[in-house]
Design a protein around this ligand. Structure first.
Ligand code: NAD
Ligand code: DAU
Length: 334
């Protein structure tokens, strides 16, 4: 049995990754260390919580005692745990620095001490910053522009330094924007789908022409697994879906799929320091033999259908702290 320690596994991508790994391998056990912040949700893993090869531990990656014991037992560490929402990092960066940078440090120290076989740092395409034309390759300089992306860049390079300095077997992934089931409904796609379902306005920042490259979450999970088995230690791998779309295009797709009027589109004040376009060149990963398996159109339909059929999952999340955050920051109904 191979034991994978997944951190942040109660969040969006981490929960999809755990489901993917347990389905794919019968000789793997997964330990999920998650603090259960507002973004961590046990409902994301309800279907597997009784699986004998799965164990949940509530805890903080900044807590050296918990981390030490779990890393000691692990063959592989996959670090998803992070504060992940750019807007929240603009409002209050503190937790981003603590979790995304210091938390990664605590995990890396434990990995060094216990000699794990593999440490995968889940970084992001946002560490490169914005690009007008062309696409970033892995060796391009990092120019992060939000407290979120700067904290992720710190962890990304800290992980690399542990490979260079201490020979910790680190691999770093930089993926583009994910979409799919179980994404917290404050991110663009689940927010707009669920708002549109309830005929509430869709708050589009600025002119809505910012571009993101969208990848279905299963493809991201598949790429991480591929990199674990085929990648080289000390290397960085871009992961993208090859689906660059302006935010207004995404909005129109959602409205059209749900049969809702364009009058729900509401232009609101722009995000501070809003990156115009993200784009990563994935030639390095493609040359190794990996390709995304889902088309954007089908995956978007599947995703929208999932939110339509799983109101029980998102409705309770769209209240309290979540609504207050949006009202304070954007004055738009959420
Ligand atoms: P998410 O916000 O949905 O989930 C984050 C999880 O981390 C939550 O379960 C939360 O409870 C947990 N967590 C937060 N602080 C913690 C701490 N101190 N200790 C333990 N657990 C803690 O995020 P996501 O969208 O699933 O992103 C997961 C990872 O992937 C992040 O590292 C993010 O930077 C990266 N990433 C995300 C995307 C994307 O499009 N969502 C793209 C590329 C990379
Ligand atoms: O690129 C990868 C990154 O993608 C990840 O590292 C982050 O964790 C993840 O949150 C995501 O960051 P973005 O800022 O790109 O995602 P978000 O869904 O917040 O916004 C996507 C775009 O939509 C962005 O241009 C801002 C815009 N937007 C977002 C929201 C929530 C709106 O116009 N209105 C909104 O209400």
């Amino acid at each position: 049995m191979r034991n994978i320690l997944v951190t942040g596994g109660a969040g969006f991508i981490g929960s999809n990754y755990i489901r993917y790994i347990l389905d794919k391998y019968s000789d793997v056990t997964v330990t999920n260390l998650d603090k259960l912040t507002y973004a961590g949700n046990p409902d994301n893993l309800r279907d597997i919580e009784k699986n004998a090869r799965y164990r949940f531990v509530k805890g903080d990656i900044c807590d050296e005692n918990i981390v030490d014991g779990l890393v000691k037992e692990a063959d592989v560490v996959v670090n998803f745990a992070a504060e992940s929402h750019v807007d929240r990092s603009i409002g209050k960066p503190d937790d981003f620095i603590r979790t995304d940078v210091f938390g990664a440090f605590v995990l890396l120290e434990a990995a060094r001490k216990h000699g794990v076989r593999q440490f995968i740092q889940i970084s992001t395409d946002e560490v490169y910053g914005s690009i007008e034309d062309g696409s970033f390759v892995e060796t391009d300089p990092l120019m992060p522009s939000s407290p979120y992306s700067a904290s992720k860049a710190g962890a990304d390079r800290l992980a690399f330094s542990y490979f260079v300095t201490y020979d910790v077997p680190v691999k770093i992934t930089r993926c583009s924007n994910n979409f799919g089931p179980y994404q917290f409904p404050e991110k663009l796609i689940p927010l707009f789908v669920t708002n549109a379902m309830d005929e509430q306005s869709l708050p589009i920042y600025g002119d809505g022409k910012n571009v993101r490259d969208w990848i279905f979450v299963d493809d991201h999970c598949d790429a991480i697994d591929f990199i674990e088995h085929n990648g080289q230690n000390g290397e960085v791998y871009n992961i993208g879906g090859g689906n660059e779309r302006m935010n207004i295009e995404i909005t129109e797709i959602i409205l059209s799929e749900l049969g809702k009027p364009k009058s729900l589109m509401q232009y609101v004040k722009d995000r501070l320091g809003h990156d115009r376009r993200y784009s990563v060149d994935c030639s390095k990963l493609f040359a190794m033999g990996w390709q995304p398996k889902h088309t954007f159109e089908n995956a978007m339909q599947e995703t929208i259908k999932w939110y339509v059929e799983n109101r029980w999952w998102w409705e309770k999340l769209k209240s309290g702290e979540y609504l207050d955050f949006y009202k304070q920051n954007y004055g738009a109904s959420a």
